[in-house]
Design a binder for this molecule. Structure first.
Ligand SMILES: [Zn+2]
Ligand SMILES: [Zn+2]
Length: 570
């Protein structure tokens, strides 16, 4: 039955007639989010229509100095501006929405999203691109959204944020189904279950390819439900003698809901610290996504006078963000509140790859101040929002895709996922390991990898300016590791002669004793071997001097300082 779904799916005569000549293939290409976790953004293209699923960012690793965030290269979308029918957002996590300001500044296209996602992104977009009048189209799960010759149907699936959706894109060859981030949670905090019925229906109608979350594919079994966290948190709240602080993602509304509930049970009042969390909570209260028991939420100033055992604080900073309340508290630099001996901090989140160092440093500083940090406990204080192995198999089983292609994973995750699919009976030609920029092309009878489109990563620096190049990054890396050596040479370019003694100055460079003197002498010998004609060409002098200094230092000291030549004409 599975084997025939690819061909059966082409039978819709209405769609097939719409593009009699041009539409015989469907192209799916990731601009990010495959071979990595972060900057999720995928394109589905059929004839003159393109829909984009998600538009996320990723975070830099510790070698990427001065880089704040990374966004996908949108060249392909800009080249095909007229075809793009809209961006469809699965949910409001940064790795799915964070690049929107950078795309919208370059092209204004409709943004399709749930009411909750809209509420969370609207402020950010107002702030980050005030000149763009964003065309929001708010959907409810289960609606079918027409996008030219394509249609997109959001299907509710559980995750760690309200109103999370899979996206079923209907093409001439059947559904292209993006699971988005998902897990199968049968006791979600908000009581809203995954729409398994609809998933199995579209499976019966014909899913040509399933692009599945694969983040937790290495974890066997079924992931625990969000609800289990309530118990773990309750235990910490009960055991804590002093104040309880809890840090989580500012978008983790369910976790906040759990904290309010437990605070009420254990006789504590809750204050919220951190702008993004305060704002999200405010939005969610207005829209009814969070229900706070009467009198439990107080402004920070009002909890200050209460005895410690009656206080709980929700704070931002779970990713060690330098400007967050928690990080400032850990450095005793937060004016509105300090941590103190007897406090307990619950770390109720998971480090996003790249942030581990900053998070551990924050946790260590808190311990030094006498605050006990609970980041692992016998009863879970955080659970992942991503499907474990059996849940991933369940998704394949429900939707019966002809092809599978894991996304939202690094190569190791993609590999393990495809191994599992193989065990479930998927032969080689029905499993794909996607790479950014290489399209998966589906035609009447087969699927294959097509020709590469422009793709890459765009580095955004701490000032918010995109476009930091790889060579700038390399220079910064060398500079930070091995320092800087400035080479000064004066040349009489009329006669082709060196004037005076060339010099080397170092900053932040540390090598074996005498290395600079030695390098200087070798450079002077090299310059002496140049002809007057060579010396008249200042660029040549610059290049030759840089080269010899670089080579000598690498050879003698195994160091790669940044070499800055300064050749002046006298
Ligand atoms: Zn997510
Ligand atoms: Zn994600």
């Amino acid at each position: 039955m599975v084997a025939s779904s690819h061909n059966n799916a082409t039978a819709d005569p209405k769609l097939a007639n719409r593009y009699p000549d041009t539409v015989d293939s469907v192209k799916i290409v990731a601009l990010g989010g495959v071979g990595e976790i972060g900057k999720n953004c995928a394109v589905v293209e059929q004839g003159d229509d393109i829909v984009v699923i998600d538009c996320g960012l990723s975070f830099p690793n510790e070698e990427m100095l001065g880089i704040d965030i990374i966004v996908p290269d949108f060249t392909y979308l800009l080249q095909n501006k007229d075809k793009v029918r809209g961006i469809f957002l699965t949910h409001a996590h940064e790795d799915h929405i964070g690049a929107l300001p950078y795309l919208l500044k370059q092209m204004n296209v409709p943004i399709y999203c749930s009411e909750f996602t809209h509420a969370l992104i609207r402020h950010k977009l107002d702030e980050r691109c005030p000149s763009v009048k964003v065309d929001y189209r708010i959907f409810k799960a289960g609606e079918v959204l027409q996008a030219g010759g394509l249609s997109v149907e959001p299907i509710r699936v559980t995750h760690s944020i309200p109103e999370n959706c899979a996206m079923a894109v209907k093409t001439v060859h059947g559904y292209v189904l993006f699971t988005g981030d998902f897990k199968f949670d049968f006791t979600p905090v908000d009581g809203k279950l995954s729409d398994m019925k609809r998933l199995s229906e579209i499976g019966a109608e014909g899913v040509v390819v399933l692009l599945s979350d694969s983040t937790n594919v290495e974890r066997p079994g079924w992931g625990p439900s969000e609800s289990i966290v309530t118990e773990g948190l309750r235990k910490v709240f009960n055991d804590a003698k002093g104040r309880v602080l809890l840090t989580t993602f500012a978008s983790n509304i369910h976790r906040m809901q759990q904290v309010f509930q437990i605070a009420k049970e254990t006789g504590r009042k809750v204050a919220v610290v951190g702008r993004s969390m305060e704002r999200n909570l405010d939005i969610c209260m207005r829209l009814g996504y969070v229900k706070i028991p009467n009198g439990v939420l107080l402004p920070l100033d009002d909890v200050r006078g209460l005895p410690d055992h009656q206080v709980a604080l929700l704070t931002t900073g779970s990713q060690g963000e330098p400007m967050s309340a928690l990080v400032k508290m850990s450095k005793a630099e937060y004016g509105r509140m300090q941590v103190k001996e007897g406090d307990t901090l619950i770390y109720s989140a998971r480090p996003i790859p790249g942030n581990e160092g900053a998070i551990w440093r924050t946790i260590n500083r808190l311990f030094l101040q006498g605050c006990q940090v609970v980041y692992e406990a016998a009863r879970p204080i955080h659970v992942s929002g991503h499907a474990y192995q059996e849940e991933l198999k369940m998704m394949i089983n429900l939707t019966q895709p002809f092809y599978v292609a894991p996304v939202h994973g690094e190569p190791r995750h993609q590999y393990v996922y495809n191994k599992i699919a193989e065990d479930m009976g998927y032969p080689d030609h029905r499993r794909f390991t996607l790479t950014s920029g290489i399209p998966l092309v589906i035609d009447e009878t087969k699927a294959y990898l097509g020709e590469e489109i422009p793709t890459g990563r765009v580095l955004v620096d701490n000032s918010g300016t995109p476009g930091v190049t790889e060579s700038v990054l390399r220079d910064r890396y060398n500079l930070a590791n091995d320092g800087l050596v400035i080479v000064s040479i004066a040349v009489d370019s009329t006669h082709g002669e060196i004037v005076g003694d060339p010099s080397l100055h170092a900053k932040g460079f540390h090598g074996p004793a005498g290395i600079l003197e030695e390098t200087h002498d070798i450079m002077v010998d090299m310059l002496a071997s140049l002809t007057p004609n060579d010396l008249k060409d200042l660029n040549k002098v610059k290049q030759a001097a840089t080269e010899i200094v670089r080579k000598t230092i690498v050879k003698r000291a195994q160091l790669r300082p940044l070499i800055v030549p300064s050749v002046i004409e006298v």
